[in-house]
Design a protein around this ligand. Structure first.
Ligand SMILES: Cc1cc2nc3c(=O)[nH]c(=O)nc-3n(C[C@H](O)[C@H](O)[C@H](O)COP(=O)(O)O)c2cc1C
Length: 188
């Protein structure tokens, strides 16, 4: 697909079927995604892939962590929040958690940006293959305890949880962007 068309047609889509996305397809997407620019070739990113029952266990871990953080909410609100977090990972057959892993060789922002480029590569490569994706975060994504569960280092930063699956239907989602012109000053 023409690159401009691909970039503009990518949309965040959460509603996917339970149909499995083969491991080889996910591996191929990750192998494409890592072709991102990165200063001093530090390649400051890590992936954690969840499929099958590992998603259930991830949801349980997220619920366990969330339970500790619902002070101040009513019993009903707390329960609702915990259950939402528990079920979260079941919304797609595959979750790719992408983290930036700053190496100290570059300013941290540069390493985070490089991982952000990986994110966009991943989303576009998936779109090109007819897969639906959405990157989600929320408080839980940045929780230090979750990082441990994900076998990430303390200084690693979760960029997002990318939900990947086959779309339930064809979507024609209207989207728009503020023209770049409105955010640009040219110096000539
Ligand atoms: C780092 C990052 C985190 C995001 N977190 C969430 C999220 O927690 N929940 C959500 O619904 N969408 C999340 N999104 C997706 C945005 O909502 C989405 O990209 C935006 O609405 C624009 O829509 P589009 O992706 O279809 O162009 C996130 C996107 C990025 C890049």
């Amino acid at each position: 697909m023409d690159i401009a068309k691909l970039i503009k047609s990518r949309r965040s889509i959460g509603a996917v079927s339970e149909k499995d996305v083969p491991d080889e397809v996910i591996q191929e997407l990750l192998d494409i995604a890592v072709w991102a620019p990165n200063h001093r070739k530090t390649e400051p990113w890590k992936f954690r892939v969840f499929k099958g029952d590992a998603r259930v266990k991830l949801g349980e871990e997220m619920a366990r962590i969330t339970k500790k953080k619902v002070a101040g909410l009513s019993e009903e609100e707390a329960q609702k929040k915990i259950e939402k977090v528990r079920k979260g990972p079941l919304r797609a057959p595959v979750l790719v958690i992408l983290a930036a892993s700053p190496t100290g060789k570059n300013p941290e922002i540069e390493e985070v940006v490089a991982a952000g480029c990986v994110l966009q590569n991943l989303l576009l490569a998936a779109t090109e293959k007819g897969l639906a994706t959405i990157c989600r975060t929320g408080d839980i994504a940045h929780d230090p305890e979750l990082k441990q569960y994900l076998k990430l280092e303390e200084h690693d930063k979760v960029i997002g949880i990318v939900y990947i699956g086959y779309p339930k239907q064809e979507y024609n989602i209207k989207a728009q962007r503020v023209p770049a012109e409105e955010k640009t000053i040219w110096f000539k």
